[in-house]
Write a protein that binds this ligand. Structure first.
Ligand code: ASP
Length: 295
């Protein structure tokens, strides 16, 4: 595979469901500022490095609900989750409800080398400290104000994710989130699970939307296992979103298959995935407006 086959797709959550801390144009700019440098990383260092780079940039950007700028839970605290997986070794690693770190995705990455690849809560945060990740307060004023208007912000979601294919054919997928906002402390998101993030040699998926719904349909893992059975990506996404719509589920996803086909899909017109993609032929960034994209 040559550099010309490298592909990167990223997302910044589920459109208007993100909340009101930024305009659509600001989200577009935020995605642009992440995809170009991360694509350079993809060409130079491969898919895992690119996914990490893209997600760290989005975690740094306070308008996205991941890392700095994460939504607050019902008790006024930020707890974040992130998951990461690639086709090189097929190891899923992640953190659930970690707090006071700048880059949950980096802690998820670090856990790949450990005996246990998934840690939660206090223990995830203590692990991060032991590994040298410094204290970082991810709460921003906008999110705090949003939290104070908590009741009106129920059922809003948002997250960030990336999927990349490199010139060695390695596929990596990652997702990082501050959750849905105002959730019961202890709630577990889909992002650090194989329902929300999954990759192997046939494809990669990162989801956004209501975690409970994503978990109900085992979305990311289901896409990859059907790809393994030889079902085309388009058919899988069509059937998946049809089932989602019939169950009144609200989620969207970004995906890539091993041939380099991009897929963006939502269960409803109101779930508009904010995404950007880049390869040697395309540079697209917009919301999918609830529509579906196969490229
Ligand atoms: N899926 C995330 C969660 O349920 C939120 C999101 O993607 O917007 O925590």
């Amino acid at each position: 595979m040559g550099k010309g086959n490298c592909k990167l797709i990223i997302h910044g959550g589920a459109g208007r469901l993100e909340g009101k801390v930024a305009t659509k144009e600001q989200y577009r700019i935020g995605l642009q500022e992440a995809i170009h440098p991360a694509y350079e990383t993809l060409l130079e260092q491969g898919s895992r490095a690119a996914v990490l780079h893209a997600i760290r940039l989005l975690e740094n950007d306070p308008i996205f609900n991941a890392g700095t700028g994460s939504k607050l839970q019902k008790d006024g605290r930020v707890r974040m989750s992130a998951g990461l997986m690639d086709s090189m070794d097929g190891i899923f690693s992640g953190v659930i409800n970690i707090y006071d770190v700048e880059h949950p995705i980096s802690v998820a990455d670090s856990l790949r080398a450990e005996v246990h690849h998934l840690l939660s809560g206090n223990e995830a945060t203590e692990y991060a400290r032991r590994k040298g990740f410094p204290f970082h307060d991810p709460i921003t004023m906008s999110r705090f104000i949003e939290y104070r208007k908590a009741l009106r912000n129920r059922e809003k979601f948002g997250t960030v994710g990336a999927v990349a294919l490199d010139d060695e054919g390695i596929i990596c997928a990652g997702t990082s989130t501050g959750g849905i906002g105002n959730e019961t402390p202890g709630r577990v998101s889909d992002s650090a699970s194989v329902a929300g993030t999954f990759a192997d040699s046939v494809g990669g998926v990162s989801c956004t939307g209501k975690g409970e719904h994503i978990i109900n349909q085992a979305v990311a893992a289901q896409v990859i296992y059907r790809l393994r059975d030889g079902v085309p990506l388009k058919k899988i996404l069509t059937e998946l979103s049809k089932e989602g719509a019939s169950r009144n589920h609200e989620f969207g996803l970004i995906s890539l298959d091993q041939t380099g086909r991009f897929g963006v899909r939502s269960t409803k017109a109101s779930i508009s995935v904010l995404y950007a993609l880049k390869d040697s032929h395309h540079q697209l960034d917009f919301t999918n407006g609830g529509r579906n994209l196969i490229l």
